[in-house]
Design a protein around this ligand. Structure first.
Ligand SMILES: [Mg+2]
Ligand SMILES: [Zn+2]
Length: 206
């Protein structure tokens, strides 16, 4: 019997799930964007997989400790739990491409996991058995858009966070929406719209 593949929603964290006034270094700085927990709840209710892929260069810059990162993750999980929601897994890159005095030399330098690198997506896909043809990525920066382009998967850009104005890459999303709630409710939960978005990038999937 062939197992039916589960639809996977990849999410960026900062600027998509939570507000991003700057790097999130302490739990007190983590605040949900209105509607994001409910949006994740709807992903869960639909039986879809929800995987978070996040760049956390503050590790390399020695601004973020593992203890604080874990407390931030716990705050997110707790906030999700309160509405009966959860993310299935979270993958993060602790690196930064350049080194400066005072930063962690071990974590500075080129890596394949920092978006627009795609290593974390491949690791996530392997661990969870992701079907690339049943996948979407939701993010707020051009590095997210470029990662999706390299993966050949559809991308929904949200106008929260950086709203694509970070200027790091040339990437553009398949579709723009206001926020995560809109992405989930108006695009993904509507079978026709979802098919339009997912279908349009199918040919580029290997
Ligand atoms: Mg972001
Ligand atoms: Zn990395």
């Amino acid at each position: 019997m062939k197992k039916e593949s589960v639809f996977t929603v990849f999410l960026d964290r900062d600027g998509v799930i939570n507000e991003e006034p700057g790097p999130i270094l302490r739990p007190e700085q983590f605040r949900f964007i209105p509607g994001s927990v409910q949006a994740i709840r709807r992903i869960n209710d639909k039986g879809w997989r929800c995987l978070v892929v996040s760049n956390q260069a503050a590790f390399a810059k020695r601004q973020l400790t593992m203890e604080n990162f874990q407390r931030i993750c716990e705050k997110m999980e707790q906030g999700l739990r309160e509405v009966g929601a959860h993310v299935d897994d979270l993958f993060y890159c602790p690196h930064y491409p350049r080194w400066q005095e005072g930063w962690d030399a071990e974590l500075c330098g080129p890596c394949d996991c920092r978006k627009p690198g795609t290593l974390l997506f491949h690791q996530a896909a392997e661990k969870h058995g992701v079907d690339w043809k049943q996948t979407v990525f939701i993010g707020d920066t051009t590095t997210d858009f470029e990662a999706a382009r390299r993966l050949g998967i559809p991308m929904i850009g949200v106008q929260t966070g950086h709203a694509g104005k970070d200027g790091k890459c040339d990437g553009t999303p398949t579709l723009w929406v206001k926020d995560l709630q809109m992405a989930v409710e108006e695009v993904l939960l509507d079978d026709n719209t979802r098919h339009d978005i997912i279908g349009c990038n199918m040919d580029t999937c290997e």
